[in-house]
Every structure is written in C-alpha cells, then in structure tokens.
Design a protein around this ligand. Sequence first.
Ligand code: ZN
Length: 346
Amino acid sequence: MSNLESCYVCGASEYTQVAKQTDLRFFPEDEFRVVQCNSCQLVYTLPKLNGESLGKYYPTNYGAYNYNVEKMASEYDLTTTYMEPLVRRYGINLFAELFASGLKKVIAVLSNEFVRLRYQLSGLQRASVLVSFLPFRQKPGNYLHIGSGEGPTFLRLMKEGWNVSAIDINAELMEQWREYTPVNAIGGEIKNANFADNSFDVIFMSHVVEHLTDPMVELQALSRWLKPDGVFVCELPLYGTWGWSLKNKYTYYDVPRHTIHFTYQTISNLMQMSGFKIRKVLHVPYCYGFFFADFKRFCMTGSPADSQNGNTVISLIPWRHKALGYISWLFRTSGDICIYATKGKI
Ligand SMILES: [Zn+2]
C-alpha cells in the first residue's frame, strides 16, 4: 500500500469522505475530496499535493507572495522604527509565562493579559497584533521563520540584532531575500533544509502547518532544531469551530493548499507525536480589527461597508460575519488559534 491516500499522522488508510470542494482561488475546475481518518480523526485533502503539483497551486500571484522585497529591504535599512516597548515587554514576559513558576509567572500572565487587551481594543489588524507577540529574551538570538509571509516581522527582528533564517517553497522569492537582506533564506520545503540540532531560540509559522505535505517529518525536524529552552509559535485555522464556519468557502477549505484541516485534538496529537509540548494557546480574534474598523466607519459614515484595505480575503467577508467572528472569539471558539510550544519528548 502506498501512502498516496493514507493519513498524514497515523498512516491508516481507512477514511470517510466529509466534503467535496473545488479550488476557489485559481483552478475552479479542479475538485478535491476532504476526508477524515477513521483511526485518528485527522481531516485532510485528497488527492495529496506532491513536488510536481505544488508549483501549480502556488502560482506567483498567490497572496503571500505579493512582496516587493527590494522596496521592503530598503525601508529596513532606513527605518528607525524599533519594536514597540510594550511588544518587547510582552515578548519577554511570554518567556516567563512559559518557563517561570510561582509569583513571577502570575505577574507575567497578568501583565500580558493587559497588553493583549490594550492592543485588541485599539482595533489593529489581527496580523500586526499577534505576529508581534513573539517570545523574546533580553538578548537577540536565532530565529527561524517558516513561510515567507510576514516579511516585515523578520526584517524588524533582524534590525533588533536577531540572526534570521527563513524557509519557503517559493525559491525565486527566497533568492530575492538573500539578494537584498542578510536573511539566510532557503527555497524549498522544511525537509529540504538542514540545520544543526538545538539551533533556534524561536521558530515561527503562521498559517503554514495546514499547508505541509509531510507534516510529521517536517515538525519532527523543527522540534530537533529548537533549543531546549526555545519556543515554537504556530498559528493555524481550526476546522469545525463555529468561528471557522463563518468564513466563506473561499477561505475555509482552501483546497488543495490546505492539505490538513486541524481540530484542536488533531493538531495537539501531531505536535505531541513530533516532539513538542503545548504550553499556551491563544484564540485569535479572526477579523477582529476589521470589525472595529468597520464599526468606526459605520459611526462616521452610517454605512457598514466592507473595509477597503486591499485584502481580498478579508473584504469578501460580510460585515455581519465579522461581528459574529468577534463574538466567537469572546467565547473562545474563534476559527484561528496560536499555539506556543516547547521541546517535548518523542
Ligand atoms: Zn489517522
């Protein structure tokens, strides 16, 4: 039996079909099956993507690749904007939350709650708030960024003195990062990279784990590369939450790029089996900032129009769904979570 259709995590070959879905972004004629493993309940997409089909479904106009690296890199040289003091404080406290105990931990948790609330009430965009919440120590260290989105995050870290590596399947884009910045940019899948064990203080990936084509092998590599006192930050959409079901079809399955549709149980299972221990989970208020931006516009203009932020995915979401998305976050059932994990046992 080949692994053409077997479960990504437990390897079982018995599954039940839960949905059929076409590629709503690029190839509407290509249909895929969403199936659930009968053994471990993992929900995944068939047929699986492989080395050849990856390129087809991640064309150059894929959203995450819309970066003008040269321009961004020149701004990186010129900018005088350092990490905001509150964000830095949050990041330092995050380490205390994960590793300290007793009173020190309590103080870190409370102070982080305060910072998070302050940012969320200010109605900033989701990404600019949560991606900033990386765990920092007092001194810069080694940082690995998986997936080339959020380039500004690693540029900012580089300016702060961090030693930055990045991996993305878009080899051309990674070549540009190498050309214009000192980022150690690797074009390919995680399994094509080769770092020494215990290399990184922080490994970060946002909306990447649901795109992996060999998640067990790739997460095992990440857990080997993480230092014993390092932190793995993994943000992902959660399948089956009602916050998730508010997203339209364009975003929620996103087949075939979403190879796996995780529930909290299945991502926990995968992370544990690949050598991580989950220490903290944050619910991400999907389109929260956009809700507040819309509300402000409504108060000023009387029209609850979709936000004109140029983000196609977000602007396709109806206003009432954004409001419901906010409520779902309040009840901790939002469609996205951010997991903070440390090295565990395999
Ligand atoms: Zn399975």
